[in-house]
Design a protein. Sequence first.
Length: 187
Amino acid sequence: MSSQTADKGSSPSALETIRPVVVLVAICMVAGALLGVVHSVTDPIATANAEKKAQETYAQLVPQAASFEPVDCSVEGCTAALEARDSSGNVVAHVIVAQSKGYGGQVPIAVAFGADGKVLSITAMSNEETPGLGTKIANDSYIGQYVGLGAESITADDIDLISGATISSKAALSAFNIAVTAYEEVR
């Protein structure tokens, strides 16, 4: 056996080294392009669905409203501020969506304040809190405590927190106080 034959078998050629790299780069480019196409197709649908769900939430909070017009709000933690208008265009309520950090992530709530500044209705929106504990903030026994309150900040002494889910219920309380601050800014 010659020394040339021994050398060929012991070290790969440049082509054998580069070929897998080129194949992997090509696969990544194709996969990236496909993900981009899928995103461009599904993003408008997801955005429309999110907007539809938001409008349904607002309509549940203020059923007598014919439309909801966004208003500018600079309060940190306020993700949406809207004027609820009747069919004549009169403002019948303000809807504020606010959030605060809970145990599993942000805890968003939507609050409808009437013309008199009292809470008409409130709902806890979808969140990532612990199922069976932190998600109890959506139960009427907790979130219902806010209905009828005036547009003023409250403390944990003013409501009953959820035993075993104090971080989540304090986050909802904090989000409510953010909503009050936002309402005071936009009314």
